[in-house]
Design a protein around this ligand. Sequence first.
Ligand code: PHB
Length: 404
Amino acid sequence: MKRNFKLVALTAATALTAGLLVAGASAKEVKIGVVLTYSGGAAHFGEQIGRGMDLYIKQHPEAFGGHTVKLIKRDSKRPGGDIAKNAVQELITREKVDLLTGFVFSPNAMASAPLATKGKVPMVIMNAGTAWIPSLSPYIARVSFTMWHSGYPMGKYAHDKLGCKTAAAGFTNYPPGKDSRNAFQTGLQEAGGKLVESIPMGGPRDVPDFTPFFQRVKDLKPDCFFVFVPAGNHAAAVFKTYSAVGLKAAGVRLIGPGDITQDTKLQGMGDGAVGMITMHHYAADYDNPENRAFVAAWKKAYGADTTPDFMAVQGWDGMAAIAHAIKAQNGDVTADGTINALKGWTYRSPRGSITIDPETRDIIMDANVHRVVKKGGRLMIEVIDTVPQVKDPCKALKIGKCAK
Ligand code: PHB
């Protein structure tokens, strides 16, 4: 990677004091390579995850067992995998990082996984959601989600509670999109519903014109239209096109994972979004003590008019997981030691209780049914149902690449 593409290394957790150390031990500085999208159309994701990480470090200096972390940030820019892979190579060989984290897009995590294995560097994934990613390296643990946490229960809920006997699926045509479609289809079919059309809708890098895809769905007139896009600008365009094409008026219900009702895009969706149902693991409106404290600290740090979204909480939780691993190893971070420390790790996150499944190294968490409501002049997410403590259904059901 060229020098001018590097972001300045940031020394964090400066507030840690050696006084927090176990007697006789010395404070270590743990080098963490952070690979996120800091520029381009997905820069917002890097900002959300990065802010969540920084906030955790600031609020919980004691959690690191008296050690410090140095975040060495690299911009993966786009979903293609190549830039992230080069960055990871450089972070391992030149910077000699102890741990890797970040990874917004699945292809970036997939391309980097063999390097984690070869370099024996643990990798904590803070977003990338394709279900089978942890099987690519024994040194991967994931604190975010899999596409099946939302897609599979959504398929069942859509059939049983929303009257979706028939559905079409539209998805961004790359691994997590196909995975989300498969998850939804599996849940829908198990419940007795039918997927009548499956539409790849362009790649993840640029937001396509969704009109022709949505027009096709209007012509087919299924009960429901399940859409996965990689959040952000894609999500904003999905709802706009849904309204413009007249799918709502035609009686086709738009559903999907919470990626399409992301907190940071919610107010821009307009009143037409009221009543929309999605399935996800976090919204800034969650009413629990951990989340109230998290959102208050966020607004204090980043501005009253800002809001964390699901990526922010994944950055926060990921840093909590990393802190736990550092403390458990007393600052001497290894790949095996990190993964062992994370297996079975449980935490009260702003999203609710989370655990890293010791068998799969993937997260176990609630899947919540989100309904968009309007209260006090703003759009909000209300949780109307919960599937408690979901283990990744793709691995539980041993489907496709999850069978390994
Ligand atoms: C992914 O590439 O795995 C991904 C990106 C954005 C999302 C969800 C999944 O919102």
